[in-house]
Design a protein around this ligand. Sequence first.
Ligand code: TEU
Length: 552
Amino acid sequence: MKKKWWKESVVYQIYPRSFNDTSGNGLGDLYGVIEKLDYIKSLGVDVIWLCPIYQSPNDDNGYDISDYRKISDDFGGQAAFDVLLEQMHQKGLKLVMDLVANHSSDEHLWFQESKKSKDNPYRDYYIWKDGKNDGPPNNWGSFFSGSAWQFDETTDQYYLHYFTKKQPDLNWENPKVRKEIFDIIDFWFKKGVDGFRMDVISVISKPPGFPDTAYDSFQDTIMKDYANGPRIHEFLKEMNREVLSKYDIMTVGEGPGIDLENGPRYVDERSEELDMVFHFDHMFIDCGPGGKYDPIPFGLNQFKQVFTNWDNALKSHGWGSIFLGNHDFSRMVSRFGNDTTYHSESCKLLATLLLTLRGTVYIYQGDEIGMTNVAYPDISHHNDVETLNAWKEAEQKGQDMEQFFKIVQQQSRDNARTPVQWDTTKNAGFSDGKPWLTTNPNYTTINVASQEKDQNSILNYYRDMIAIRKANPTLVYGDYECVDRGHDSIYAYRRWDDDIEFLILHNLSDTSQTFEAAGIADDFQLMKSNLEKNTSENFKLDAWQTKILIKK
Ligand code: TEU
């Protein structure tokens, strides 16, 4: 296995709006990130991934970019960015930016020109079609409810938008568009940026002819119609050749519709496209046929299978990314752990899981202190466009809104976007002004300041676990095998190389469990556990206990 700095890295993801506000306007900013660089460094991470910070009308909080070369004034502009990058590099931290190239904002100059006339030089930067039978060109739906087509009166045509109508899809078939994007990437690499996370890169190549989708389930439409289009690998190879290959950087492509069958191809080192992808196989286990607003119970065995299958699929020629939460999903401990009785234990267990699997590890801001879902009292507190559009649609369909609100509380992306909880002062120390999104009231108990003082805090456990990973390349590169034989509550795996062997046991349940170690002799000793009191028997686990055992 080829060694690379980005394989050994632990990445810390920042959602800048919610991280730290130094101007008092209620929005996080880059000076806020600068102020916390020593804190971030103290975690032991190597890389910061910043969600979009470019100029944007913020219809989707920055995922709608109106100028790809301009840092938003809301975040402190170019001056703040230059200071940030310089200070990060001085401290030995690398910076990964977000590239949103499937779509731009409708306020981008390209789109403003494009919509003027059918013969405008920018017309083909986007996807324009005539309507059909007094309606849109086909029956495609948007990720954020409603049709994926918006009618524009000026030229009597529709444009495609997979996301909101203020996020028109770029036409990657047009070589000029590809050149523009490659130039933008190059622009940021020349400034010293160390990599890109590429937003919905899996859907940039559209199906020829734009046929109606034949599927009722939106998930099927994504898989069969939107994702992994016929030219995707050609586009990525071209991007690699034209720009990525010229720098020592890392790339991670994000993508709905990336699965075990098609995913490995994106990251196969022999074909020179991307370094890593984010797939959502483990993040959608609890989604029913109706998607995220149709939740079903989460199955641990399915969850384990996802990690096992992906490890297996990537071990020869690729590399994985390990994450359990980001700005698009509810909080990791509220989904996969127990955010009440076993809050601390389950947060530490999930930290151990993240940091002992093979793949580059991504930690989302606030997870290192165990931030939880927020449960706002009503919809007026919500901000996320996906949530609000789904709410409107449910109302229009006459759904039981009390019931729907319960699902919103559980599933809304706002759960992950509440301000980071720094201390017990007003607004959790996030801002002196009114935060753009209501702070989670549990900041009085869950916050950085109090965990700094507590040796056994979740925060200090993260620091320990990151240090353990750094000190043990076996946990980065070593082989992986799941050994729990389908246990309902235990996830157990071995990680090993020629020198060292670990056995890692997690009990993801509220009751004690015993690891049935058929074929595995107990010649291990305990190296790390999330509980202060440990039983003398290695294979016995208390509720939400995690153990890293090392072969004697
Ligand atoms: O997300 C893509 C994506 O797959 C999401 O739409 C996902 O299905 C949804 O959030 C699950 O609730 C990326 C960004 O991460 C997201 O924040 C943006 O809104 C989206 O692209 C559009 O740019």
